[in-house]
Design a protein around this ligand. Structure first.
Ligand code: GUN
Ligand code: ZN
Length: 649
């Protein structure tokens, strides 16, 4: 059972239990060749703290000595490792050597009998060049074998490989059908040739179309992904596990892996690495070392696990996209892959959190394609309600927060006429009162933008000027604009920044018309004495919302939750739980994902939610870390952090 611990978009830090131990993801399973223990599992535990490894049951079965020992005393004994052992089935050997004489059920039984924690089905390896017809027929066989293997799995966990070649429809079918089975881990297979040929953009299509239909509560393994250069991209796409024989294969050829690529030891002038091997050897010592191959293999594993740790930290910090951009810059085909990834905008926006702790950083022209940008642009147009004003002024991008930068310009404009204010921001045209909300205030973007971004930005402004903005638009040009406003108006206007702000944020966060629902009564504000920022919002004396200083969005108080609950039809903002567990949430306990029956399909991570029972009785309000599909699928961990239980009046 997978437990979600941290997430950033589709990327995630999870934990799952096997018979042997607990595995923290994302992680790398080193491939152990039982014939060739270059670094023993025991050494790997001591040096890298590995929790899991992968080995090949077909190789063990084929070798009389290994088979007998494995059958007699078990795989964990054979490898002298008591962590999680995943076994592969022999499929990969068929990719390399052609047909292998194996029966799909026999190899499952064998994996069970040697005590594998996670056994793999004997899937059919679809090559990238295979035609649709063949790929489809082979997928039918793989799915049939998955079904048989699940029935035979006993208490071994089963890995059901996703195949389908380079065809999105087949990958989707593979994922959809496999998700209906009692499979414990989904490896995405048939991708080694794509990685070897550096066809990373196709790899993105394959992974994204597989992920789209996979049950989110099951770990995903990218078969054969062993180079640290692509760990971040794979994690960004939501892969949890990788496996690597590369550390040993590369070492055998005198090659060293680095997060930015691979180098031959012989060609190195110095060792550009801080791992224990490179720190304790000069480049010449390494070249001359009698156990060079093992030293290089250890370096390669250090490089790999260090990258895994960086990826994990980037997920926790909400910086994995920026991190991946820097990695992908090392190879044009990786940049192409990231560009391809960004095209999955609909999926990415679904998982994009409401806000992040750290600022949005513009790193390259690709940053502009991020779901942070695209969803914000969409939400402003779809959810924001423009005040009824005859004129609107558009300020150019400026220092933030915009309303402070333009405080005098606003005052002077209002003295001339009834005006509203927008900013021509990096994130598209934004009403000025949203200037404290994520990502506007929490972003670092360059003063000068690339031509393509500038064009996209200007096109959007033009499009909105034609059929969205209410009133007459004037682009800010200082005194000339003030004169213009005066010329067009007969009397001064009004501008209540605080009221505009709470309305705009409410609509953006909870959906169109939420402001009307929340701010019906007499609205009063409590502000921070130190920063002047809005803290609490009261309606008719009831504390309904608090505004967070960090991201400029609201946390929902019980009185506010009641207003939204009464006015919005189910399932809007709802997370629906069983009556039996609802009473615990009413007492303020968190909602465990396994108790969720259904939820609003539009929820995004970080949203404020209304926890209700099956009769739509409001029992609590809190914040979700998961989207609907995840809330329904996950069977471990907290789905909603409850802030307040709500007892009926
Ligand atoms: N190892 C690398 N690729 C694959 C694959 O597609 N299937 C299996 N079973 N193992 C693999
Ligand atoms: Zn090193």
């Amino acid at each position: 059972m997978l437990e979600l611990r941290h997430r950033d978009g589709q990327s995630r830090i999870c934990r799952f239990k096997t018979r042997s131990n607990t595995v923290d993801t994302p992680t790398l399973l080193p491939v152990i060749n039982p014939n060739l223990l270059l670094i023993t599992p025991k050494e790997m535990v001591e040096e890298f703290g590995i929790q899991a490894l992968i080995t090949n049951s077909y190789i063990i079965k084929k070798n009389d000595d290994l088979r007998d020992r494995a059958l007699k005393s078990g795989l964990h004994d054979l490898l002298d490792f008591d962590g999680t052992i995943m076994t592969d089935s022999g499929t990969f050997q068929s990719h390399i050597y052609g047909e292998v004489p194996l029966d799909p059920l026999e190899i499952i039984e064998f994996q069970k009998s040697i005590g594998s924690d996670i056994g793999t089905i004997l899937d059919i390896f679809t090559e990238p060049e295979d035609k649709h017809d063949k790929a489809s027929k082979d997928l039918d066989i793989t799915l049939e074998r998955a079904k048989m293997s699940v029935e035979a799995k006993g208490d071994m966990m089963i890995a059901g490989t996703i195949q389908g070649g380079v065809f999105k429809d087949l990958r989707e079918r593979s994922a959809e059908e496999s998700s209906k089975l009692d499979i414990d881990l989904f490896p995405i297979g048939g991708v080694v040739p794509l990685m070897e040929k550096q066809h990373y953009a196709t790899l993105v299509d394959v992974v994204m179309s597989s992920k789209k239909h996979l049950d989110p509560g099951i770990p995903v393994h990218l078969f054969g992904c062993g180079h640290p250069l692509i760990f971040s991209l794979a994690a960004l796409m939501g892969c949890d596990l990788f496996d690597s024989a590369a550390y040993a294969k590369f070492a055998n050829k005198g090659r060293m892996m680095f997060p930015d690529g691979t180098r031959f030891l012989e060609e190195l002038e110095t060792l550009p690495c801080e791992c224990p091997i490179c720190s304790s050897h000069s480049v010449q010592e390494l070249k001359d070392a009698p156990d060079k191959e093992k030293l290089l293999a250890r370096h390669n594993l250090h490089a790999s696990f260090a990258e895994i740790r960086r990826v994990r930290q980037a997920i926790v910090e909400g910086h994995l996209w920026e991190f991946t951009e820097t990695r992908c810059r090392n190879h044009p085909s990786l940049m192409e892959a990231l560009r391809r990834f960004a095209k999955y905008q609909d999926t990415l926006e679904k998982y994009e959190p409401l806000s992040r702790d750290l600022a949005f950083l513009h790193n390259s022209s690709l940053s502009y394609q991020r779901p942070t940008v695209s969803r914000f642009k969409k939400r402003v147009v779809q959810r924001y309600e423009q005040p009824d004003k005859p004129i609107y002024v558009i300020f150019p991008e400026s220092n933030k927060p915009y309303s402070r930068t333009h405080v005098d310009n606003i005052k002077n404009s209002i003295a001339q006429g009834d005006v509203h204010f927008w900013v021509d921001s990096y994130f598209g045209p934004v009403p000025i009162e949203l200037d404290e909300a994520y990502p506007l205030a929490q972003s670092m973007t360059p003063d000068r933008l690339e031509g393509t971004i500038l064009k996209e930005k200007n096109d959007l402004l033009k499009e909105l000027s034609e059929d969205y903005f209410k009133g007459q638009g004037i682009y800010w040009e200082g005194q000339e604009t003030l004169d213009n406003i005066g010329f067009l108006s007969s009397e001064p206007g009004s501008f209540d920044l605080d009221m505009l702000r709470i309305r705009a944020v409410a609509d953006l966060q909870f959906g169109k018309d939420s402001a009307d629902i929340l701010f019906k009564g007499e609205v009063t504000l409590k502000k921070s004495r130190k920063t002047g920022k809005i803290r609490n919002v009261m309606a008719d004396g009831d504390h309904i919302l608090s505004m967070r200083a960090g991201d400029g969005f609201f946390t929902l108080k019980p009185a506010g939750a009641k207003l939204l609950h009464k006015a919005l039809p189910s399932p809007k903002l709802r997370v629906i739980v069983d009556k039996e567990t609802a009473v615990f949430n009413q007492d303020g306990l968190n909602v465990f994902a396994k108790f969720v029956i259904d939820a609003d399909p539009e929820l995004i991570p970080g949203d404020e939610v209304l926890v209700v029972d099956t009769d739509d009785k409001l029992v609590a309000c809190g914040r979700t870390s998961m989207i609907r599909d995840e809330l329904i699928s996950f069977k471990a961990g907290i789905g909603i952090k409850v802030r307040d239980g709500i007892k009926s009046d």
